[in-house]
Design a protein around this ligand. Structure first.
Ligand code: HSE
Length: 440
């Protein structure tokens, strides 16, 4: 049971950590009124005490050792915002062992170790809150846990990485070079300090795993999700997409194939029809479409990254922790219940696709590629082409685009393996899924 003047230990004072600290001070009146409890931030753990910071702390509050927070009997609740996996795991584990509720926004930690941590949380009867782990300020975790709990969820399709969406939007609308867009996203505090996971799709994949575990109540391992990042997308792909009535988004797709008791689980840059709401999600905004058998289609939209939106999710968890710990009843996280599902091999997932080849400018090139598609039973719905351009002028190769009818991913890969062998094809093709949103 929490004390009347709740003592908080905050581990991590980076972009989100300082946002959380400021929000706890700025909104103290409403938070204390809504939780019916008063609070103090008693200790803050940081890597380097001497570093200059935007927030001012009373002497004695800072420590370089998070263990001091866990060992401090006065501290009731721990907020973990140090990031990374290994140390964060030790911290959360130690806090739960000590009986201290934990609030975290660490998606990689939960995707890798969520099942172990929630098992511990249940054994100890100590809650672990994680609204900030998915979609920044969008209340998607709590919605799946509570508001949509009575639904069979047939699909979740979302844009859940703000940095990559910021980059793709800047490439599409301002023709900004990739590196400039990334630099802006970093300056604005959207990208992780090492943006690799934002770009290569893994940040979205971790969040997707969390959503899938919540929606289907089943443990899932990161190795089971098929992940492609945005590195392969080039400005010319946006030109083709626009001409064909689409835009390009990095989508997480979680689809339940009920008849096979299997989950389709993937992250890929994808063509999204211009008339679909997800195509209008720009910049750092995220949106998650959830389809349930009772509720039908829902779309959650908001800022998916950044100091204040993420702090909103973290601090709301703190308030919930204050309330729920007083009532002694809380959600059991990822603990499995009865639903049994497996992950569908990516080769068996079926969508239409956009494929762009760089080809030599010579006779018969379209026919030889079309013949290979035909041998593998991959249907073509349209083709398009454009001259290859570079700074020095026209190149000796062209862009050749094929829009393909829906076919299994594995079948397409076999056709592409054959096409890669053609002398006329000069680079690895760019392959983007086309999401039709049927059944979503
Ligand atoms: N780097 C993440 C994003 C922020 O760009 O969405 C929070 O997960």
């Amino acid at each position: 049971m929490l004390g009347e003047n709740l003592q908080i230990g905050l581990a991590g004072l980076g972009t989100v950590g300082s946002g959380v600290y400021e929000a706890l001070l700025r909104n103290r009146d409403i938070l204390e009124a809504r939780a019916q409890i008063s609070y103090e931030v008693r200790r803050v753990a940081v890597r380097d005490k001497k570093r200059r910071r935007s927030v001012e702390l009373a002497p004695g509050v800072l420590t370089e050792d998070w263990r001091e927070l866990v060992e401090d009997d006065q501290i009731d609740i721990i907020i973990e915002l140090i990031g990374g996996i290994t140390e964060a795991y030790d911290l959360v584990r130690a806090a739960l062992e000590k009986g201290k509720p934990v609030v975290t926004g660490n998606k990689a930690l939960l995707a890798e170790h969520g099942n172990t941590l929630f098992r511990l949380s249940q054994e100890k009867g100590v809650p672990l809150y994680f609204e900030a782990s998915c979609g920044g300020g969008i209340p998607i975790v709590r919605s799946l846990q509570n508001s949509l709990i009575c639904n069979n969820v047939s699909a979740i399709v979302g844009i859940i990485n703000g940095t990559s969406n910021y980059i793709l939007t800047a490439m599409a609308t301002e023709a900004l070079p990739y590196h400039e867009a990334l630099r802006q996203a970093q300056q604005l505090g959207y990208a992780e300090s090492d943006p690799t996971l934002d770009i290569n799709g893994w940040d979205a994949a971790y969040k997707g795993l969390i959503l899938a575990m919540l929606a289907y109540g089943t443990p899932l391992r990161p190795e089971t999700i098929s992940v492609t990042g945005i590195e392969q997308v080039e400005p010319v792909d946006f030109t083709f997409a626009r001409q064909l009535g689409y835009t390009i988004k990095l989508l997480v797709v979680i689809r339940h194939h009920q008849e096979r008791k299997a989950l389709e689980l993937r992250v890929q840059p994808s063509f999204v029809p211009q008339q679909h709401l997800l195509s209008k999600v720009e910049g750092v905004f995220n949106a998650i479409a959830v389809r349930g058998d009772l509720v039908g289609e829902t779309i959650f939209y908001g800022r998916g990254a950044g100091k204040n939106p993420t702090s909103s999710a973290v601090v709301s968890d703190v308030v919930l922790a204050m309330r729920e710990c007083r009532l002694q009843g809380y959600h059991t996280g990822f603990q499995p219940y009865t639903q049994e599902v497996q992950v569908l091999p990516v080769e068996e997932t079926v969508t239409p696709c956009y494929v762009r080849f760089r080809v030599k400018d010579c006779h018969g090139v379209i026919a030889s590629i079309a013949a290979a598609f035909s041998r593998h039973d991959v249907g073509i719905s349209a083709t398009s082409s454009a001259d290859g351009e570079h700074e020095g002028g026209k190149t000796e190769w062209n862009h050749l685009v094929f829009m393909l009818h829906a076919c299994p991913w594995g079948q397409l890969q076999k056709a592409l393996d054959e096409i890669r062998q053609l002398d006329t094809v000069v680079a690895d093709p760019v392959v983007l899924r086309i999401e039709t949103f049927q059944g979503t």
